[in-house]
Write a protein that binds this ligand. Structure first.
Ligand SMILES: *Cc1c(COP(=O)(O)O)cnc(C)c1O
Length: 456
């Protein structure tokens, strides 16, 4: 792109565009990265500079950008239909995708309800759960339990069960009441790594808090929502599979829906197709989006058990209809893309490759452990994270005004890396196409950035 065009576009961006999760004043002098081309794990800016997309374009990309099979799937579907409304109408891609998802999801999830983003997948789960209990004669079960540090999206229902103060506190007066549970507090400071005993203890404590809540209040709780294995936006906080298994057991015992929000962790990101598989459990409601279409198109789905579905299935006059829907529900192009992505998972044995890459990532991430101001190096599947801390002995963070994570992000761009931080948590959320060579290069470049900023 020539410089005049680039300048004009960036000028118009400043003039007209308000970007998400962004203090726009940060970009008064700094330009947004103007991306012109995306291919595989790489993004290319308007000057032709190449960057590793180590965060999979906000955790959505799966097979790399611009995968030819996905592009063909869109083109093929467009020959047949564009968007078709999904109430009173149906179409092959949505039918086949629902069938496929039910087939690969944890057992018992027999029905698929489409929407178009992760937040709506969560809203659907909350409303289904709430309405279910009215239909089965337990109308007092109206509340939800959620975990501290959890993130379930930005619409108001999803924010009501959100536990990230920075994002959610402002909106408190608009939100419905929900029970907040402590998450397993697994961070350890002295040597940067939790011992197995400490992790087990933290898990037991968090489960005990959940048990006490359900014991006291299950008669007013409809569902408990969790991001299984990784609380992503809350800071890439990882917990053992035993925690998810424990929640499943408690929800069953006390008659509360377990809602698994796998919007971020689904589709192989943690090394298994769905994160619940680590714990060998099935939720009552499963929210999927982001990687569902390999990160190519907006689409979401909420899977529910047949038991939930059947509580709504009755004569119209009984007023059990689920009155919820979005204009772009089950978009055929997006469904066709999701189907093609799932075919790629099978044909290219993507999960086998992920397991190998995850092993290498775990090994490479050790390089960060010896850095004096790096703590809590943690990995699962294609995800690795660490925290920048002023004092690794006590975990004392840097003053937030220093914006360490943001400054590291800016420095990493010069190294051809997109390392978009969460506060002072630096992480990789790699696409499944990442090769061993690319992974080593990413870690080398990260080390160079850490060196330059004095963290190593
Ligand atoms: C991103 C995310 C959401 C929200 O998805 P959107 O498509 O951004 O609305 C919900 N839950 C989790 C766990 C997420 O990471």
């Amino acid at each position: 792109m020539d410089q005049a065009t680039k300048r004009e576009l960036l000028h118009k961006d400043r003039l007209r565009v308000w970007h998400p999760f962004t203090q726009m004043k940060d970009y008064a002098r700094q330009d947004h990265l103007l991306i012109e081309k995306a291919e595989g794990i790489y993004l290319y800016d308007a000057d032709g500079n190449r960057y590793y997309d180590t965060v999979s374009s906000w955790w959505v990309n799966v097979h790399g950008h611009g995968h030819p099979r996905i592009k063909q799937a869109i083109a093929r579907q467009l020959e047949e239909t564009d968007h078709i409304m999904f109430s009173g109408f149906t179409h092959r891609p949505a039918i086949e995708l629902a069938d496929k998802l039910v087939g690969i999801a944890p057992p018992g999830l027999g029905k698929a309800f489409y929407s178009d983003n992760g937040s709506t997948a969560v809203e659907v789960a909350l409303k289904m759960s709430f309405q279910y209990w009215r239909h089965v004669g337990k109308p007092r079960k109206t509340k939800f339990a959620f975990l501290e540090n959890s993130y379930h999206g930005d619409t108001l229902g999803a924010v009501s069960v959100g536990g990230v103060e920075l994002f959610h506190a402002t909106f408190r007066p608009l939100l419905f009441d929900a029970f907040r549970l402590p998450a397993p507090r697994i961070r350890q400071w002295a040597d940067g790594r939790p011992t197995p005993d400490a992790a087990a203890q933290a898990t037991a404590e968090a489960l005990d808090a959940a048990r006490r809540l359900l014991e006291a209040s299950a008669d007013e709780i409809a569902g408990l929502i969790v991001e299984p294995m990784i609380q992503a936006a809350g800071g890439m906080l990882m917990h053992p599979a035993e925690y998810v298994a424990g929640l499943r057991e408690l929800c069953t015992r006390y008659g509360v829906h377990l809602i698994a929000d796998e919007v971020a962790v689904g589709f192989g990101r943690t090394g298994t197709m769905f994160a619940c598989e680590h714990a060998g459990v099935a939720p009552d409601l499963l929210c999927l989006s982001k990687g569902l279409t390999a990160g190519m198109m907006p689409l979401a789905v909420t899977l529910c058990t047949d038991d939930i579905y059947e509580a709504f299935y009755d004569d119209y006059e009984t007023q059990k209809t689920f009155f919820h829907g979005h204009s772009f529900t089950g978009n055929p192009l997006a469904c066709a893309v999701a189907l093609e992505s799932l075919r790629l998972f099978e044909e290219e044995r993507v999960l086998d490759r992920v397991r190998t890459t995850a092993g290498l990532l775990r090994e490479q991430a050790r390089l960060f452990e010896s850095c004096p101001h790096v703590a809590n190096v943690r990995c699962l599947g294609m995800v690795a994270a660490f925290d920048l801390v002023e004092d690794p002995k006590t975990g004392r963070p840097y003053p937030s005004a220093q914006r360490r994570g943001y400054n590291l992000y800016l420095e990493a761009l010069k190294e051809g890396l997109i390392l978009r931080p969460l506060g002072d948590t630096i992480y990789y959320w790699l696409p499944h196409c990442t090769t061993a060579e690319q992974l080593r290069d990413i870690v080398d470049r990260t080390c160079r950035v850490l060196d330059r900023l004095g963290y190593r």
